[in-house]
Structure formats: structure tokens, C-alpha cells
Design a binder for this molecule. Structure first.
Ligand code: AVJ
Length: 326
């Protein structure tokens, strides 16, 4: 076995250890919680694809509207200086939105490398196939792992100017405190002139928001419950999945949209040598999808010491791609 393969096996192993210790820590806490970044195994990827196709889930279409119909405006804001650069996408997924920008830049003959970062290796290999097909001239270096680890790796590979994409409202998976620390850390890893494009889901009619996460078909429910299925398979846990129920909330004042699983009975769950007790109606805090006001965004940029250089909204004004510079 060569050292490259050795290292990859080690990383896979580490990530399984981290998954287990994160789960054990979360279930020992009060309230019990799990991290939504673990939603995305193979089944979770598929469920999220289904969510993006639901009529209630407006986020994807809004940002698609921006990338499809305001491509030039986007491109101009990152091409202000005519140097070559690396275009890094955090949580690239299927790059459905960014591929419009990629195509535009390649057609313009811009000198850049696309570096998608994703925690899902499965998603990255699908993405590579898709992009090789659709944009054969695109230069791609894919990076499988955690955002900041892979950002360090990207910086060690190349010292070019960086343009970082953090789309889809993924920043909403952090509360305000966490997103502030995240942006501060990101800023530390970037250089003067580097650019960050962040997609924020804006506050809007609360019914519209709640419906997007509380769909009639129950796909969001399956998306949450799938993490229990994943723990049963990968961590040898014994959750009785039918004994948990998805519960969604949206607080229009704070903008916090949150999902929980409710234990439908008093029950025990075993994971390794540990036993976890659930009372009837006890909750597991699963995911936050934070919604932002324009002031929230300005404050976040200011606190983490970025300058907002442009804001591109969809035609409904439900979503914004905010363009920040170091
Ligand atoms: C992928 C984090 C943007 O929070 O809107 C969709 C994930 N969760 N439905 C979101 C999700 C439930 C999604 N993000």
C-alpha cells in the first residue's frame, strides 16, 4: 500500500471516529442534539436532492434564478482584477447553480481552477463526471473533507487569488454565534483582495419558510430520520426509527428555523457500550436553518471584517448572494 492510500484510509478512519464521538457527545448533552452535517450519507444526498425538487423548497430556485439570469453581474464582481484565481466552492454538492458561472467564465477564457469541497466523496465523483461532460475545458481539483481542512489544502496547492463560494443558504446551518466564528476563521485563511460569495436565505412570510421545511410529503421528515438509520448502520446503534417523529419550528423574530426529533415513547438506545435513555416526548435538536435580515448580513460582514462589495437578489427578493472582499 503506498503512503497516499495509507493517508486516505487514515482520514476515512478518523472521520468515522469523529462521527462516533460527536454523536456520543451530542446524546450525552441536554438537550440531546446531533449535527446536521451528518445528514449527508448516500441516502441523505438523495433525500436532499428530493427536497430541492419539492414545490415548497424555494431556496434552490431562488439562487438558481441569480446564477442563471444574473451570471454576468456575478462574474463582473469577481473579475474586478484580471489575475488568475482559484474558485473554491464549500459544500459544492451537484454544483447546479455554480455551473452557470463556471460555464460563463470558461467561455470568456478566464484563467481559473474550480476546487469543489464536499464532505461526501460520492457527491464529488458524480460532480466530476457531470462537469467533465458539460464543461470539458474546465480545470477541476476536488477536495473531499471538512471545509477548513480542505481550504488549508487548497492554499498549500496554490497561492493564487481565491474566490470562495458558500451557497445554498448553507451558512444557515449555523446559529449567529457560530456563523460569526466561521466567517472570522474564513477571513483569517484568506488574503487581501480575496472574495467570498455567501448565499443567505432572507426572512419572509413565515408560512412560506415553515412550509419549506415541513413539507406535506414528509421528505424533510425522512431526511431527519435518515440520520438515525445511518447511526444504526455505521455506528451499530439500535434506534427504533418508527418511535421518533419529526417536528419543525420557525421563529419569525429570531429567524431560527429548527428541526427536532420527538421520542414517541420512553426508550433506550445502545451505541457501542453506551446506553441512552429517552423520556416520552424528549427531543433531539437536529438542525437549524437560520434566516437573515439585511441588517443581520451587514453586521456579520462587519463583525468578521469583510467589505460587502455587491449584493445580488433573486427576482422575488427572497434570497441574496452577498459578495464580500477581504
Ligand atoms: C442545505 C443547509 C441549505 O437548511 O435549507 C433542507 C438543508 N434541511 N431541508 C437548509 C435542509 C431541511 C438546507 N441546506
Amino acid at each position: 500500500m503506498n503512503s497516499q492510500v495509507d493517508t486516505e484510509a487514515q482520514i476515512k478512519n478518523d472521520s468515522k471516529e469523529t462521527f462516533l464521538s460527536d454523536v456520543l457527545d451530542g446524546l450525552k448533552s441536554f438537550p440531546k442534539h446531533l449535527h446536521s452535517k451528518y445528514f449527508y450519507d448516500k441516502a441523505g444526498d438523495r433525500l436532499f436532492q428530493q427536497i430541492m425538487n419539492m414545490p415548497e423548497y424555494y431556496l434552490t430556485n431562488c439562487e438558481l434564478d441569480i446564477f442563471k439570469n444574473k451570471t454576468k453581474k456575478l462574474a463582473n464582481s469577481i473579475l474586478s482584477s484580471d489575475t488568475s484565481f482559484d474558485l473554491i466552492e464549500l459544500g459544492a454538492g451537484d454544483a447546479m447553480k455554480s455551473s452557470y458561472l463556471l460555464k460563463h467564465l470558461v467561455e470568456k477564457g478566464v484563467n481559473f481552477t474550480y476546487m469543489p469541497i464536499d464532505i461526501s466523496g460520492h457527491i464529488l465523483s458524480e460532480l466530476n463526471k457531470k462537469l467533465n461532460n458539460e464543461i470539458p475545458d474546465l480545470e477541476i481539483v476536488s477536495l473531499e473533507g471538512e471545509y477548513f481542512d480542505m481550504l488549508d489544502k487548497a492554499t498549500s496547492i496554490s497561492t493564487r487569488k481565491k474566490v470562495v463560494l458558500f451557497l445554498g443558504g448553507n451558512i444557515g446551518n449555523m446559529d449567529f454565534e457560530e456563523s460569526y466564528h466561521f466567517c472570522r476563521e474564513l477571513k483569517r485563511k484568506l488574503n487581501h483582495g480575496d472574495i467570498l460569495i455567501v448565499g443567505f436565505d432572507l426572512k419572509k412570510n413565515p408560512h412560506t419558510i415553515l412550509n419549506a421545511y415541513n413539507d406535506a410529503a414528509g421528505i424533510t421528515s425522512s431526511f431527519n430520520l435518515n440520520l438515525l438509520v445511518r447511526m444504526n448502520r455505521e455506528l451499530d446503534a439500535d434506534f427504533d426509527v418508527l418511535n421518533y417523529q419529526h417536528y419543525q419550528t420557525y421563529d419569525p423574530i429570531s429567524g431560527a428555523c429548527k428541526s427536532y426529533l420527538v421520542s414517541l415513547a420512553e426508550q433506550n438506545v445502545h451505541i457501542g457500550n453506551e446506553v441512552f435513555h429517552f423520556q416520552e416526548n424528549e427531543l433531539i435538536d437536529m438542525e437549524i436553518s437560520q434566516k437573515f435580515s439585511q441588517d443581520d448580513i451587514s453586521k456579520l460582514a462587519k463583525d468578521s471584517k469583510f467589505h460587502i462589495i455587491d449584493e445580488i437578489h433573486d427576482s422575488k427578493n427572497w434570497f441574496v448572494d452577498s459578495i464580500w472582499q477581504v
